[in-house]
Design a protein around this ligand. Structure first.
Ligand SMILES: C[S@@+](CC[C@H](N)C(=O)[O-])C[C@H]1O[C@@H](n2cnc3c(N)ncnc32)[C@H](O)[C@@H]1O
Length: 231
């Protein structure tokens, strides 16, 4: 069926294509109400609530038009759409994605392709951060396997390697998990990154997710803040 017809029919009958991945299990590309989304078995990966909550997070920071952004977790690339179309971001984005099946879905289903301003690397973000020598104005961490953030992305090694990659006055936006408000790993992480980064915690974003958003300071230590949001 042609794309236009699929879009119209999807207002009446959503339809889903399943794609199997060794890393992410069964992924679903679904046309619903004229829009295509990417889901894992228990979570939206792209173009649904995930895109809304990350877009919300990005309204909390400054995004210079030509800034360099590192995105860990490409999924279907929905936040790249938001950056380009809603925030008018035109600078280079480097996206790191562990699953080649997901990279193919991003390309074939959502038209997200490697080009001069979008570098897509099929790699484990943990290893990438361990050997990367570049700095970025903004780092977005959006790494999930189904509805879980893998443990190593809360831990010392990852953050000790990541902090030097953020430019002073740059930002980190971490989609820190689903229903994890009182999570001890998050509490530990917030103290671990101080004084370099002082995270503000946004809870129940899109009803479920916790976002940590912080600016990299050179030498000041602002007070810790917790903000609770429900919308
Ligand atoms: C929620 S999706 C990302 C959605 C994407 N940020 C967007 O805007 O549409 C989470 C992604 O993290 C990827 N991922 C999981 N573990 C990873 C790892 N160790 N390194 C890189 N990517 C990983 C998954 O394959 C999945 O595509």
């Amino acid at each position: 069926m042609q794309k236009f017809i699929k879009k119209i029919v999807s207002y009446l009958w959503p339809f889903t294509k399943e794609v199997s991945s060794k890393i992410n299990g069964t992924l679903e590309v679904t046309w619903m109400n004229g829009k295509k989304v990417l889901d894992s078995q228990n979570a939206n990966y792209s173009y649904g609530s995930l895109q809304k909550l990350l877009t919300y997070g990005l309204t909390k920071i400054e995004i210079p038009t030509t800034s360099e952004i590192l995105l860990l977790g490409l999924g279907g690339g929905s936040i790249i759409h938001s950056l380009r179309n809603k925030f008018n971001h035109q600078g280079k984005i480097t996206a790191i994605e562990i699953d080649e099946v997901v990279i193919k879905i991003a390309k074939d289903e959502f038209n997200i392709t490697h080009n001069h301003n979008l570098e897509i690397n099929c790699e484990d973000a943990f290893s990438y951060i361990g050997q990367c020598k570049k700095q970025f104005e903004i780092i977005i961490i959006d790494i999930f396997i189904d509805n879980q953030v893998p443990k190593q992305f809360y831990q010392n090694t990852f953050w000790k390697n990541l902090i030097p990659l953020v430019k002073v006055d740059g930002y980190v936006v971490f989609n820190a998990g689903i229903n994890v408000i009182e999570n001890s790993a998050i509490k530990h992480l917030k103290s671990l990154v101080k004084p370099d980064i002082d995270f503000i915690q946004y809870n129940q974003v899109q009803g479920t997710n916790t976002l940590l958003i912080g600016k990299k300071y050179s030498n000041i230590l602002p007070n810790d803040t917790v903000e609770s949001l429900s919308f």
